[in-house]
Design a protein around this ligand. Structure first.
Ligand SMILES: Cc1cc2nc3c(=O)[nH]c(=O)nc-3n(C[C@H](O)[C@H](O)[C@H](O)COP(=O)(O)OP(=O)(O)OC[C@H]3O[C@@H](n4cnc5c(N)ncnc54)[C@H](O)[C@@H]3O)c2cc1C
Length: 438
């Protein structure tokens, strides 16, 4: 490992925590009675809390760590309009109409979150950046064209522009790719500030938050109420929402069996000259490549540095190893950054469902929303609101995700032993695509 890539004071906490440190909740006693207990205080749990308290219900948000410690303060801040599941295979699998209904939810989620930021005046650097997906190979360029044509043909609200290789430098200061697709109407935020803003609104409206309060058991009693056991005491509640997504552990075993925690890593460079940023990411787009095992690149919201992310490898090493991998990935695309140092490298866990779709519903009387597969900034906020509406008994809580089976796998009970093999296969496919397209 080269020590040359680490700036003095290098940190393994998220870069986002510099401007949005995780709030420390006051050490007050846990109430013994609550209206709705929400397990997990990321976008999903916090959004559900906001909806509940604004509609006259009580919300007690509990998190095993400090509030928002999970993916919601660690992600890339891309505010997209698509599901992770590609549209073409989605409509092949579920039929054209159902495929369209499901894919349209991503647009609904996007619009919901943008309106919420505006309505609540959440200062999180939201910007419509448009997203450029850079084609890894010439055949990926053709595939991207086909996939987005199908989305448009299905009538999904999407403004898409193909950018051929000759025009690629308008979007990215690199010749590594083979053109790409520009998704207009996509945006970006500072994810940590967005989470803090949402949390502040929920608390100001009456939600109570307790960090460092791990839920260890949830039992439904004969009277229909719930006993929620935590590391800091027991709470009786009328309703419970589980919003633990990629951090679901054995305490919520039924959910853990259905959600794969996929570790992703990101780096932040040291501050760069404005001319460098303008050359490398000239229009301030959010960027990602079209590989199966993707990398992504963006400017920091304050336009001082570049953030790069990816799964980076088959095994989960620590942030020090992954910093090296991401630095190499960055310099493959932007060779002029070879001597640039990193101030941060951090990890986060995104929750992948086995059918690659978000899930919302009720199990044994416990409400849940999770499994956003990497698009949970808008989707977690949106389905957090929906699950809140369901607890309120409002018909507006309904979505096309309702009533869908939430599949687990007989071979998975919390240790994702097979992920390295899948990642090795994905890496091989990405390499093979490039090799055969030469
Ligand atoms: C590196 C990375 C980059 C990403 N980039 C993007 C992006 O650019 N755009 C996008 O849309 N999505 C992105 N995602 C996905 C997105 O961040 C998540 O889908 C979203 O934050 C999930 O929110 P959540 O509230 O459901 O879960 P989380 O924010 O993960 O919160 C779950 C919480 O549950 C708590 N918890 C777990 N177990 C317990 C327990 N027993 N008791 C109490 N609390 C518990 C955890 O401590 C955690 O705080 C990314 C994810 C990662 C990891």
């Amino acid at each position: 490992m080269s020590a040359d890539i680490f700036a003095p004071g290098f940190k393994t906490d998220p870069y986002w925590w510099e401007a949005a440190p995780r709030p420390q909740t006051p050490a007050k006693p846990l109430p013994t009675e609550a209206d709705v207990v929400i397990v997990g205080s990321g976008y999903t749990g916090t959004s559900a809390a906001l909806t509940l308290v604004r509609n006259g219900r009580g919300a007690l948000l509990l998190d095993a760590e400090d509030p928002g410690y999970g993916a919601s303060s660690r992600n890339a801040g891309y505010v997209g309009r698509t599901l992770w599941h590609k549209f073409e295979p989605l409509s092949r699998k579920y039929g054209k109409e159902a495929g369209k209904d499901l894919a349209s939810q991503a647009v609904e989620a996007h619009n919901y979150v943008v309106n919420l930021i505006e309505k609540e005046q959440i200062r999180c650097h939201f910007k419509y950046t448009s997203r450029f997906i850079a084609a890894h190979t010439p055949s990926h360029y053709k595939k991207l064209t086909k996939d987005y044509d199908k989305l448009r043909d299905a009538g999904i609200e999407m403004n898409v522009e193909m950018v051929p290789k000759e025009r690629q430098r308008e979007e990215i200061g690199s010749d590594r790719y083979h053109g790409g697709v520009l998704l207009h109407g996509a945006g970006a935020v500072h994810p940590g500030l967005y989470h803090l803003g949402l949390l502040e609104r929920a608390v100001a409206s009456g939600a109570e938050v307790h960090g460092r309060t791990k839920v260890t058991n949830i039992v439904r009693e004969n009277d229909g109420r719930f006993t929620v056991t935590t590391a800091r005491g027991t709470v009786r509640a009328k309703d419970v929402i589980v919003a633990t997504c990629g951090y679901s552990g054995p305490e919520v075993k039924w959910f853990q069996h259905r959600i794969l925690p996929i570790k992703l890593f990101q780096i932040a460079t040291e501050p760069l000259p404005k001319e460098t940023l303008d050359r490398l990411i000239p229009r301030g787009r959010t960027l990602m490549d079209s590989k199966i095992n993707i990398y992504w690149f963006r400017r920091s919201p304050d336009d001082t540095r570049i953030i790069v992310g990816g799964r980076c490898g088959t095994e989960d090493g620590g942030p020090l190893d992954k910093a090296q991998v991401l630095h190499e990935a960055m310099t493959e695309v932007f060779p002029e950054l070879k001597s640039v140092k990193l101030t941060h490298c951090w990890e986060g866990q995104t929750g992948l469902s086995f059918d690659e779709l978000p899930h919302i519903g009720t199990h044994d009387g416990v409400h849940y929303a999770m499994g956003y597969c990497g698009v949970g900034m808008p989707m977690g906020t949106y389905l957090g609101n929906k699950v809140g509406l369901k607890v309120l008994g409002k018909p507006e809580g309904k979505t096309p995700f309702d009533g869908r089976p939430f599949p687990g796998r007989s071979y998975y009970w919390g240790r994702p032993w097979f992920v390295p093999f899948i990642m090795a296969y994905y890496n091989f496919m990405d390499w093979w695509d490039r090799f055969t397209s030469k």
